[in-house]
Design a protein around this ligand. Structure first.
Ligand SMILES: C[S@@+](CC[C@H](N)C(=O)[O-])C[C@H]1O[C@@H](n2cnc3c(N)ncnc32)[C@H](O)[C@@H]1O
Length: 181
C-alpha cells in the first residue's frame, strides 16, 4: 500500500511539475476555452470554407477534437508543446479514430503554416504580436484567423461574437489578406 501511495505521489508531482514548467516557459497554461467559446469558434469556422484548420496551441485537444468530428472532410492540425496535454490529445485522437486530425509536439512559431487556410488560437497579447509578424514576414497562404479573447494587432476585423458571459468575451474572426504593416 505504501508503494502504491509513493507511486501516486510521484505521478502527481510529475504532472504538477510538467504543467508548471511548460506554463512558465510558454507564458500560458493549457487551460481550455469555455464551451461557449468553442461554439462561437465553430460557428465562425463554418464561414471559412473547406481548407485546413490549424490550432496554435491545441492544449488537451478540446477544440481540435470537436472540430475534427464536425468536419470529417477537413484537415485539422494541432501544435502543442506541453507534454501531458499533447499526450492526452494524442490518446483521444487514437481512441476516437480521427483520421483527419494530426497533432504535433512542436513550437508553432517554428512550424510551416503555409498549408493552413484557417488559424485558431487562445493565447495572450504578446503571442498575437508574434503571430502577426509571422504572418507578415513569411506570408503563408492563410486566409482566416479565429482568436478567442485576444485581438490580432493592426488587422481589420471581419467579424466578432461576444459571448454571453460575465466579461462579454470576444471571439474574433480576421481575414488575413487584410493584415496591414
Ligand atoms: C490557453 S491554451 C488553449 C488550448 C486550446 N487551443 C483551446 O482553445 O482550448 C494555450 C495552449 O497553447 C500552448 N502553447 C503556447 N505557446 C506555444 C508554442 N509556441 N508552441 C506550441 N504550443 C504553445 C500552451 O501549452 C497551451 O496548451
Amino acid at each position: 500500500m505504501i508503494i502504491f501511495d509513493i507511486l501516486l505521489l510521484i505521478a502527481a508531482v510529475f504532472i504538477a511539475v510538467s504543467i508548471i514548467y511548460s506554463t512558465v516557459r510558454l507564458g500560458i497554461s493549457p487551460m481550455p476555452s469555455s464551451k461557449k467559446a468553442y461554439h462561437a469558434m465553430m460557428h465562425l469556422a463554418d464561414e471559412t470554407g473547406t481548407g485546413p484548420i490549424i490550432d496554435l496551441g491545441s492544449g488537451w485537444g478540446h477544440f481540435v477534437i470537436r472540430i475534427a468530428k464536425r468536419y470529417p472532410q477537413r484537415q485539422i492540425v494541432g501544435y502543442e508543446l506541453s507534454l501531458l496535454p499533447w499526450l492526452t490529445s494524442m490518446l483521444l485522437k487514437k481512441i476516437l479514430g480521427l483520421k483527419n486530425l494530426s497533432l504535433h509536439r512542436q513550437d508553432f512559431y517554428n512550424a510551416n503554416l503555409t498549408a493552413a487556410s484557417v488559424l485558431v488560437c487562445y493565447l495572450f497579447p504578446e503571442a498575437m504580436h508574434k503571430i502577426k509578424n509571422k504572418l507578415l514576414l513569411e506570408q503563408p497562404g492563410v486566409d482566416f484567423l479565429i482568436s478567442n479573447n485576444f485581438a490580432l494587432p493592426s488587422c481589420q476585423l471581419y467579424k466578432v461574437i461576444h459571448l454571453d458571459d460575465f466579461y462579454k468575451s470576444p471571439i474574433y474572426l480576421y481575414k488575413i489578406s487584410k493584415v496591414e504593416t
